[in-house]
Each structure stands twice: as C-alpha cells, then as structure tokens.
Write a new protein. Structure first.
Length: 105
C-alpha cells in the first residue's frame, strides 16, 4: 500500500504537517509510558484538542516531575500544598499545576 502524501493526510485528519508531527509525538509519549495503543491515541487526540483550544492545562504524563512509578516528585518534595508526599496522579487527566515542568522545557 502506498503512503499518503501530506495533503492527503491533512484532508483526512484536518491536521497540518506540524500538527500531525505533534500528534505523533503525543501518541509516542503515551506508548513510552506504557499506555495501550487505544489509550495513547485518545490521549493524543485530547492533547491536540487542548492545543487547538489554547487550554492551559497539562497532563502529568507531560511533566518531568512524574516518576517512572507514577509518583509526583513535586509532591514528594513538598511543593504541592495539600497533596500527600506519596501522591500518584492520574497521568492523563488535564490539570493546572504550578509545579509542572514540561519535558521539552
């Protein structure tokens, strides 16, 4: 089967080449964090919608302070007021967090 051109992909998905690359990155982020393919795809869709809507919330899975076991390192360091030091957030929920540090930052 022949690969789609950028124009064909945009016609199908409505995404620009830059958006397609970002969506692919979001999907890869989910898979690297052991999300099932369907969940990683839904995460990518949700994050793309967030970006298009200019929503300022972030998912913990995008933060460098999320430990491999799922614990929030900012909470562990006492930097999240009111949170237990053993806080394990739902990694894919969108939220606002003063301790967020993006992977690309």
């Amino acid at each position: 089967m022949q690969r789609l051109t950028s124009e064909e992909r945009r016609a199908i998905t409505g995404l620009s080449p830059e958006e397609l690359e970002r969506a692919s990155g979001y999907y890869s982020l989910g898979r690297r964090n052991h999300l099932e393919p369907e969940i990683a795809e839904r995460l990518a869709d949700r994050l793309m919608l967030r970006d298009r809507q200019r929503d300022d919330r972030r998912a913990c899975i995008e933060c460098v302070r999320l430990a491999p076991g799922g614990a929030c390192l900012a909470a562990r360091e006492g930097k999240l007021p009111g949170a237990s030091r053993q806080y394990h957030p739902v990694r894919v929920d969108l939220r606002r967090c003063d301790s967020f540090r993006g992977i690309a930052e």
